[in-house]
Write a protein that binds this ligand. Structure first.
Ligand SMILES: *[C@@H]1O[C@H](CO)[C@@H](O)[C@H](O)[C@H]1NC(C)=O
Ligand SMILES: *[C@@H]1O[C@H](CO)[C@@H](O)[C@H](O)[C@H]1NC(C)=O
Ligand SMILES: *[C@@H]1O[C@H](CO)[C@@H](O)[C@H](O)[C@H]1NC(C)=O
Ligand SMILES: *[C@@H]1O[C@H](CO)[C@@H](O)[C@H](O)[C@H]1NC(C)=O
Ligand SMILES: *[C@@H]1O[C@H](CO)[C@@H](O)[C@H](O)[C@H]1NC(C)=O
Ligand SMILES: *[C@@H]1O[C@H](CO)[C@@H](O)[C@H](O)[C@H]1NC(C)=O
Ligand SMILES: *[C@@H]1O[C@H](CO)[C@@H](O)[C@H](O)[C@H]1NC(C)=O
Ligand SMILES: *[C@@H]1O[C@H](CO)[C@@H](O)[C@H](O)[C@H]1NC(C)=O
Ligand SMILES: *[C@@H]1O[C@H](CO)[C@@H](O)[C@H](O)[C@H]1NC(C)=O
Ligand SMILES: *[C@@H]1O[C@H](CO)[C@@H](O)[C@H](O)[C@H]1NC(C)=O
Ligand SMILES: *[C@@H]1O[C@H](CO)[C@@H](O)[C@H](O)[C@H]1NC(C)=O
Ligand SMILES: *[C@@H]1O[C@H](CO)[C@@H](O)[C@H](O)[C@H]1NC(C)=O
Length: 396
């Protein structure tokens, strides 16, 4: 009996290692203002090199804060920045990836405005609130930003883009950025699962004095996508092991059924947190509003403008959308003067929440059901067969 258990453990160990080993890893570098000593703007470049491809992520607080994702089918592609052009009033073309022919896909997310409104009756109905209860929105392109160089940690692949407190009611807006070289799960709430094909951004509003009682906030973003634009998807999860009581994952993906290369995504759990603790008590459910087309101009310059130039309108579309934070009868921003919302931006298949392999292994071993073993074995074998056969090209 004991040896039977031992064999079972060994077999499961092998299965688990095999399954984990399939996750792709990338070599990642994080660099601040490549090619200049100028610190008047922040440009962060994460270069993630994998087997036969490079994903370039470029964040910047130039003009409207934004992140670019550029997917290149070359392991040696480089980001080129023409700094004098980037800082000029006409930044079109200041940013490129070379060789240009290796670029297969590019997208961007721009963080345009923060809305604040008075939720008189605590209904958290952002879209149904009368205009007179809205304060003038904060235009993020008008903020000043701190020098982010000191926040860059090349080991943990993280950095913070933080607004200058004097430019925002003594509080700050910040984007905490993390890149990953392997797949895994975040240690901080909402414990998003990531792959080496994505990076995380955490949007934070801290210490901003609300302009009245019962203040709630919403964030407006814009996205650049090839013809066809983007679409929203809601993915239900049964697994709330990591974020109790949150079962919905939202993702923004290209609406391009004919393109196998348009595969950028933005993914998040429908939750924000009203305190740095990130516990269940601090949960602020968030709500997403439909995408709407925007006229073909980039708001107030940005690295998106520098990269896409005037291609907008021809090859690319700009669409905007809002996310509001809070729930009826819930706490207002005032409680802790804190708000945090996290999302992943990446390339390929958005990570899916599922019972972790470890949990499945423990369950199977603990239950000691040979049947489960057989079923999983069969599934794995079938999957492997598919893999092997799909490598063969049909011969004419
Ligand atoms: C950023 O900081 C590093 C040292 O930590 C320094 O070598 C580099 O020159 C700085 N970059 C800029 C643009 O100031
Ligand atoms: C890289 O991909 C090729 C084919 O796509 C494969 O043959 C090779 O084993 C891969 N190398 C690594 C290190 O994964
Ligand atoms: C950078 O852009 C300027 C125009 O703003 C141009 O004159 C210059 O040649 C460019 N530099 C490089 C290295 O391409
Ligand atoms: C708040 O509720 C009261 C009573 O139900 C209603 O008269 C009032 O119009 C509501 N105010 C807003 C802004 O919805
Ligand atoms: C939000 O307000 C609008 C307009 O007042 C109303 O039509 C809508 O039903 C409200 N939504 C919810 C969820 O209460
Ligand atoms: C980013 O800011 C958070 C707090 O806002 C801090 O805990 C963290 O250490 C900062 N990261 C870096 C790389 O400085
Ligand atoms: C960078 O991150 C690593 C790993 O998280 C940590 O050990 C190290 O102290 C950090 N360095 C700085 C300068 O914060
Ligand atoms: C910011 O802080 C300063 C000093 O603490 C204070 O005088 C000022 O009123 C504050 N401004 C806002 C908008 O809270
Ligand atoms: C906020 O509420 C307090 C007490 O509920 C009240 O005294 C104060 O006038 C209100 N402030 C505003 C701006 O409505
Ligand atoms: C965070 O948690 C600690 C300990 O659980 C608690 O003392 C503190 O009040 C919490 N902070 C907030 C802002 O909820
Ligand atoms: C775009 O601009 C034109 C003219 O400036 C205006 O008529 C149209 O309504 C705008 N469309 C959108 C979607 O904003
Ligand atoms: C990661 O990107 C590569 C292309 O470089 C793709 O083949 C792979 O399927 C992606 N991984 C995931 C999990 O989407």
């Amino acid at each position: 009996m004991a040896s039977d258990r031992g064999w079972r453990l060994l077999l499961f160990g092998l299965l688990c290692v095999g399954a984990l080993g399939q996750e792709q890893s990338r070599e990642v570098w994080l660099q601040y203002n490549p090619g200049t000593l100028d610190t008047s703007v922040n440009v962060l470049h994460a270069r993630a090199v994998g087997n036969g491809s490079t994903i370039h992520y470029v964040w910047s607080t130039l003009g409207t804060p934004a992140v670019l994702l550029i997917y290149s089918e070359s392991e040696t592609s480089q980001l080129r920045v023409n700094w004098s052009k980037l800082l000029s009033p006409e930044p079109q073309g200041a940013l490129s990836v070379e060789p240009a022919a290796s670029v297969r896909y590019a997208t961007a997310i721009l963080f345009t405005r923060i809305f604040e409104y008075q939720d008189v009756n605590n209904t958290a109905n952002f879209s149904g609130t009368d205009e007179k209860y809205f304060y003038p929105p904060y235009d993020l392109s008008r903020l000043r930003w701190e020098n982010a160089n000191a926040s860059v940690n090349a080991t943990s692949l993280s950095a913070n883009l933080t607004s200058d407190p004097s430019s925002f009611q003594n509080g700050s807006v910040s984007f905490r950025i993390s890149a990953y070289s392997t797949a895994g799960r975040d240690t901080s709430s909402p414990r998003l699962r990531h792959t080496a094909n994505c990076t995380k951004l955490e949007f934070l509003l801290a210490g901003i004095r609300p302009r009245g009682n019962n203040s709630r906030f919403a964030l407006e973003m814009a996205t650049v996508e090839q013809e066809g634009g983007k679409k929203m998807q809601s993915v239900r999860s049964i697994d709330d092991e990591y974020t109790p009581s949150v079962f919905e994952m939202m993702q923004l993906v290209p609406d391009a059924p004919n393109s196998s290369l348009a595969r950028g995504f933005l993914q998040w759990k429908s939750v924000a947190y009203g305190s740095p603790n990130g516990t269940r008590a601090d949960i602020l459910p968030c709500q997403l509003y439909p995408l709407r087309p925007v006229n073909a101009t980039f708001p107030a310059g940005s690295i998106a403008h520098a990269y896409f130039g005037d291609a907008l309108g021809d090859a690319y579309n700009l669409e905007a959308f809002n996310i509001s934070f809070g729930i009826a009868d819930g706490d207002f921003y005032d409680k802790n003067q804190f708000l945090s919302w996290s999302a992943l931006i990446g390339y390929g298949d958005p990570p899916r929440d599922s019972f972790s392999i470890l949990v499945i292994c423990i369950m199977a071993v603990a239950l000691g059901t040979p049947l489960l073993l057989l079923i999983i074995g069969a599934i794995v074998v079938t999957a492997m067969r598919h893999k092997v056969y799909s490598n063969y090209e049909p011969i004419n």
